[in-house]
Design a protein around this ligand. Structure first.
Ligand code: NPQ
Ligand code: MG
Length: 368
């Protein structure tokens, strides 16, 4: 297969409610769609970079620039490619994993459509539906939080994740435990908002028997997470820190985490995501599938990944309507707390051209 052109399309997709985390509040998703046009089928993917470099160093305009100036030219120069060859074709460029992941996923989508094989089949899925959790942003009051969580539980979500930061940690977790009881599967995500000075606040969460606490300290601080894990009964899970299978194995072996969040974009693609899945399985460490507020284009392959055997905890693989009034593909819907794994060729979903057009803010076509 030869990649003849790459289309980069930016969309402004409104969120159904503002999403507040320790790094800020978002009201819209600035989506970058990547389409590869080949001598066979076309392929589509979503780059998960956020509008601003506040979750990781990547951001959407930067991803667009590195694809335009560095990655697409290497892909064109590579000649005949498969999804598996994209990684080495782009290997001269350091970092920029979210940008690389989008290109690799788009090429895989094109390739698998040619074979008539689904992402789930290709990656090694063993389930036809996956259990869903939901990520709940920081709210202005505890009452508003309880109301929002209550709505998700009525819809059937099987696990709740609360975003926390210093000053919004013990109280919201306590309030949710009081309102919904000790059997609720509950976890928290700090998005790096703590340090050694504020770590005592985290130890107070041990009384709530949470499933895990996600990414308390900065990305680089493997040693700090290992030290924290020694002082807490709540399992530590890493998200931002885990940028490759090698880092995942190292973090686990150093005792920095006992559960791993996998996001294909953060680690450079679905093939590296499967390697993390495999190394964690070998080390006896459960994994779960994270989310980046993807549209259906990004959500579909995430759900295929989450159907692999070592995905032992419900993921942030929510239904489309958790984030969007209207998705740009056929929407993912919650059925008994689960979403169905797509079975069609490639990512298994199709773009709704009229909605995509309405939400488009720019289009660029890259050619050799
Ligand atoms: C996380 N995701 O696990 C990320 C963070 C994240 C579902 O909690 C807009 C605003 C897009 C905030 C994408 C979830 C975002 C965002 C991802 C936060 O750390
Ligand atoms: Mg996280």
């Amino acid at each position: 297969m030869k990649v003849q052109a790459v289309e980069l399309r930016r969309l402004a997709v409104p969120l159904v409610r503002p999403f507040r985390t320790s790094f800020g509040t978002q009201t819209d998703r600035d989506v970058l769609l990547v389409r590869v046009i080949t001598d066979g089928a076309d392929g589509n993917a979503e780059c998960v970079a956020l509008a601003d470099p506040v979750y990781s160093s990547e951001y959407v305009a930067g991803a667009q620039a590195v694809i335009t100036d560095h990655l697409a030219p290497r892909l064109f120069a590579a000649g005949e490619v498969t999804g598996r060859r994209v990684h080495s074709a782009l290997g001269g460029v350091i970092g920029h994993r979210m940008a690389k992941a989008a290109l690799e996923t788009a090429v895989l989508d094109a390739e698998l459509r040619g074979y008539g094989v689904s992402f789930a089949g290709y990656l090694g899925a063993v389930r036809d539906r996956v259990e869903c959790g939901v990520s709940v942003g920081i709210t202005s009051t505890l009452d508003a939080l309880i109301e929002e969580v209550s709505g998700y539980l009525q819809q059937g979500y099987r696990r709740i994740k609360l975003k926390i930061e210093p000053g919004w940690d013990w109280e919201p977790v306590h309030a949710v435990r009081m309102a919904f009881g000790d059997d609720l599967l509950l976890q928290v995500d700090a998005n790096t908002a703590y340090d050694m000075a504020t770590a005592p606040r985290l130890r107070r969460l041990d009384e709530f028997e949470l499933l895990l606490i996600e990414q308390p300290f900065v990305e680089e601080d493997i040693a700090g997470h290992a030290a924290l894990a020694q002082t807490m009964s709540t399992p530590i899970c890493l998200d931002e820190s885990i940028v490759s299978a090698a880092v995942a194995a190292d973090a686990v072996n150093r005792g920095a985490c006992s559960i791993v969040n996998i996001k294909a974009g953060r680690v450079g693609g679905f093939l590296e995501a499967v390697r993390i899945h495999d190394v964690c399985a070998a080390l006896g460490v459960p994994v779960w599938c994270g989310g980046m507020l993807e549209t259906g284009v990004g959500r579909a392959p995430n759900i295929a990944l989450a159907a692999l055997p070592n995905f032992k905890l419900p993921g942030d693989t929510s239904a489309s309507d958790r984030y969007f009034a209207e998705d740009i593909t056929e929407p993912f819907v919650l059925e008994d707390g689960c979403v169905r794994v797509p079975t069609g060729p490639g990512i298994g979903v199709e773009l709704r051209a009229d909605i995509v057009e309405q939400m488009t803010t720019s289009v660029a076509l890259l050619r050799p």
